[in-house]
Design a protein around this ligand. Structure first.
Ligand SMILES: NC(=O)c1ccc[n+]([C@@H]2O[C@H](COP(=O)([O-])OP(=O)(O)OC[C@H]3O[C@@H](n4cnc5c(N)ncnc54)[C@H](O)[C@@H]3O)[C@@H](O)[C@H]2O)c1
Length: 348
């Protein structure tokens, strides 16, 4: 029986909360025992924090059956846990993950892995030293339409990649639906839109094409104290043209994401949750991406992958600490490029 706790029951924490509850219903090898959140209001279950992910739990939650903590250290001291799921501000991922692993607890940490490459490296080193499993919430690696793209890119189903553009963004109301202490729009805690949201596409780009030779990024601060809330990066590979854009400021516009990839023999586009392939000399069609859909949504699948790795003691090969660390090095290079208006070579 795996015993687990959720740390942070804010906007995304509520998504993981619902998934952990669903897990308990579906599987008999998990016991969701404790929740920790520094904000007592969240532990009363009354808070109505909302993420841009669709299965967010209901506004009002009855958390009375859980062991509830406002203090993480106390929770780690008192509970006997196999894993924690971290859904807390990004600057806390590294210290919280390290504390858990040092105590023999496996960690699923939300993306971005950390707010600096140094903090991410400390997590990698700790996972190696303690032998604990550490998975990063790079959910696109579990997302059917992105797995499809990975497969057609790797197999060269439509030939080699010529160019690609990735996008993500939508309006975020930081007044009506704020993050804890507005950490998400504090460049020292969340890193702004580039680190917080575009990091999904940066990780995808690494997964698909490996580290670029250089990046050139333009960014604009929209929220005071934040950074690169609107940004565009060109990734220099030499043999293909790759760009990504993120906009966390577009007023009124709903959250959206997608890709447009030109291969030698087809154009493939993903938008509004539908993939369309336009092959050369043939009619466009929608490929079957459902074969990569293992549960209703990828947030559940990534957690299930993590639980299975603990239960069966298998190696985590998707969304690993090393991949998360590489992604932070890439977004750090992008932030440096935006700040200096110069191309930057990502660090090894
Ligand atoms: N994978 C995704 O698609 C996705 C989507 C949204 C957010 N996220 C990530 O999830 C994480 C949380 O984001 P969010 O939007 O839910 O933020 P949030 O501010 O809504 O929630 C964070 C929670 O952590 C709690 N918290 C803060 N400090 C704490 C401490 N010291 N101890 C215990 N609890 C503490 C807060 O009270 C809050 O409830 C971030 O890393 C974010 O990047 C991922």
């Amino acid at each position: 029986m795996l015993k687990g706790a959720l740390i942070g029951i804010g906007r995304l924490g509520r998504v993981h909360y619902q998934d952990l509850i669903d897990f308990e219903k579906k599987r008999d090898d998990l016991k969701f025992v404790a929740i920790c959140d520094i904000d007592p209001a969240k532990l009363e279950g009354k808070h109505s924090a909302r993420s841009n992910v669709d299965n967010t739990a209901n506004d009002s939650l009855d958390l009375s059956r859980f062991n509830l903590y406002t203090d993480y250290d106390e929770m780690l001291e008192r509970e006997e846990l196999d894993f924690v799921v971290l859904a807390i501000p990004t600057d806390l991922h590294s210290p919280f993950a390290i504390k858990a692993m040092e105590k023999g607890v496996n960690v699923f940490s939300e993306k971005p892995m950390a707010h600096t490459a140094e903090a991410a490296r400390a997590m990698v080193e700790c996972a190696e030293r303690t032998g604990m499993k550490l998975q990063i919430g790079h959910v696109l690696r579990f997302w059917p339409e992105y797995i499809y793209l990975k497969e057609i890119t790797e197999n060269e189903t439509f030939g080699k990649t010529i160019s690609a553009h990735y996008w993500r963004g939508g309006y975020q109301d930081h007044v009506a639906n704020p993050s804890y202490e507005n950490w998400i729009i504090d460049k020292n805690r969340g890193g702004g839109g580039l680190f917080d949201q575009h990091v999904h596409d940066a990780d995808l780009i690494l997964w698909l094409y490996d580290m670029p030779k250089a990046v050139f990024t333009q960014g604009k601060e929209i929220f005071e104290q934040s950074a690169n809330d609107v940004m565009l990066t060109t990734y220099v590979y030499g043999d293909k043209v790759i760009t990504a854009r993120d906009d966390t400021a577009c007023k009124g516009y709903p959250f959206n994401y997608g890709y447009e990839v030109s291969f030698e023999k087809a154009m493939v586009r993903y938008e509004n949750n539908v993939v369309t392939v336009w092959p050369e000399h043939e009619k466009p069609y929608t490929p079957d991406t459902d074969k990569y859909r293992f549960y209703s949504h990828a947030y559940y699948t990534e957690l299930e992958y993590f639980m299975d790795a603990i239960k069966n003691d298998t190696k985590i090969e998707r969304a690993t600490p090393e991949q998360g660390y590489a992604t932070i090095r890439l977004v750090e290079a992008e932030a440096e490029s935006a700040a200096t208006a110069l191309p930057v070579v990502p660090k090894n």
